[in-house]
Design a protein around this ligand. Structure first.
Ligand SMILES: [Zn+2]
Length: 421
């Protein structure tokens, strides 16, 4: 049985790798074939200088090549962690250490999970450092300093401990003390925990990393407030965020629920856009809100959580799964195995989620165009964002279908032009 488990995991793991690798290579080849400037898509021809276009192609190619090696590295590491005996060794180590020094309920399970997390954190660092300080820097996007980078990682780890330990404690307790239907209790608890995170993220967590200021008085703010009134968008904060501290990439997002909801504009976006374009971006974000996209995404994620926990409740009873990886059948071992082994299974959900997300983006673009009674500001904002961020103008259709949470810029602009306002 153990061999069958390992064999099926490895086959699915290989299949996932082949799909991922092929998509990336197809995309690289597709973009490379577009290098001559006459291959700029019609919609962008008059809007992007050929030097910028070349740069966007080079940026896409550099990211794709990095992806190729980072993916191989990540997969090799996962196999080593699963099959080298590291997991059983960490498990025994945490048991012996803790029974001697720290005999508290669930401490062993928590330490084991944190130790596995720490291993992945350390192993992931080289690729992350390379992406930030070489790849992004080469194209002029990286603005973060080593000091800020270290501070960010430290804060991230602290948050992981502060929120992860209580979460693990309660889940492990539920698994061990509440019988067969523990997973229903865990489901309710995790839903509550996620809700809490959504509420405290914009007001308490995001400000640990960035400075948020209410949008300054001025033309943009006046226009936005008028727009908010027009679409019935009340009691909401509109903030600018110092994204330029870390990166020259620009963005805007909508976050939070209830009183904690807010729209955040990166300072880089405010700087590079005209007022008209900024208002269009805001109208797009308000579209997400008005059409309840965030709530719909949350519902889908909650369904996944429910199904995931149900599967976990079956796996925890299934002894061969543990012995296949040299582990004792414990609650914490199943949590770690589940998170390490689920990739090749959940991989196929990504395109479905992206399909839904792209549908939402089209709807929000349409909302912006109809609300402003003009599609052009949204279109111009998209062109601006695409050019400044050196986004790939011509992804391979299979690649964008699989990986893109937003339709490609060309697809979005074509859709906007079809809207009659
Ligand atoms: Zn959007």
């Amino acid at each position: 049985m153990e061999q069958l488990i390992v064999g099926s995991f490895l086959s699915l793991f290989t299949l996932e790798f082949l799909v991922e690798f092929t998509l990336n290579e197809l995309n690289l080849r597709h973009v490379r074939g577009r290098i001559p400037a006459q291959n700029i898509p019609d919609i962008f021809r008059a809007k992007i200088q050929s030097a910028d276009y070349d740069k966007s192609v080079q940026y896409t190619l550099a990211k794709g090549r990095f992806q190729r090696w980072a993916d191989l590295y990540g997969r090799a590491v996962l196999l080593v962690i699963l099959f080298s005996g590291l997991l059983p060794w960490l498990d025994t180590l945490s048991t012996t250490l803790l029974s001697r020094f720290f005999p508290v309920a669930h401490a062993q399970g928590i330490i084991f999970c944190l130790a596995v997390g720490a291993v992945f954190f350390i192993i992931g660092l080289p690729a992350d450092l390379y992406a930030t300080f070489r790849l992004e820097a080469r194209f002029g996007f990286n603005k973060t300093t080593v000091k800020l980078y270290v501070a960010d990682k430290f804060k991230g780890l602290m948050l992981g401990v502060v929120f992860g330990v209580p979460l693990l404690y309660v889940v492990l307790w539920l698994m061990e003390a509440t019988g067969r239907y523990w997973w229903i209790g865990a489901f309710v608890f995790i839903c509550g925990f996620e809700l809490l995170m959504i509420v405290i993220y914009p007001t308490f967590i995001a400000p640990l990393f960035n400075k948020f200021e209410p949008l300054k008085d001025g033309n943009l703010r006046d226009r936005i407030l008028k727009l908010a009134e027009q679409v019935g968008f009340h009691a909401i904060g509109i903030y600018s965020m110092d994204g330029s501290r870390r990166s020259a990439h620009s963005n805007a997002y909508f976050t939070g629920i209830g009183k904690a909801k807010r729209i955040v504009l990166f300072d880089t976006l405010i700087e590079q856009m005209t007022i008209e374009q900024g208002v269009a971006v805001l109208a797009h974000e308000m579209g997400h809100y008005k059409m309840k996209h965030i709530r719909r995404m949350l519902v889908v994620q909650t369904v996944f959580l429910f199904v995931g926990l149900f599967i976990l409740s079956l796996l925890v009873e299934y002894r061969p799964l543990f012995s296949a990886f040299g582990l004792q059948p414990t609650s914490h071992a199943v949590l770690v195995l589940f998170s390490l082994l689920s990739g090749p299974f959940t991989f196929y959900l990504a395109p479905l989620m992206n399909l839904l997300s792209r549908k939402h983006e089209y709807e929000a673009d349409r909302f912006a165009a109809v609300t402003l009674r003009d599609g052009r500001p949204m279109e111009e904002a998209l062109v601006n964002l695409t050019v400044k961020n050196l986004s790939n103008l011509t992804p391979h259709p299979w690649y964008s279908f699989y990986h893109y949470s937003h339709p490609t810029p060309v697809e979005r602009i074509e859709a906007i032009r079809r809207i009659s306002v």
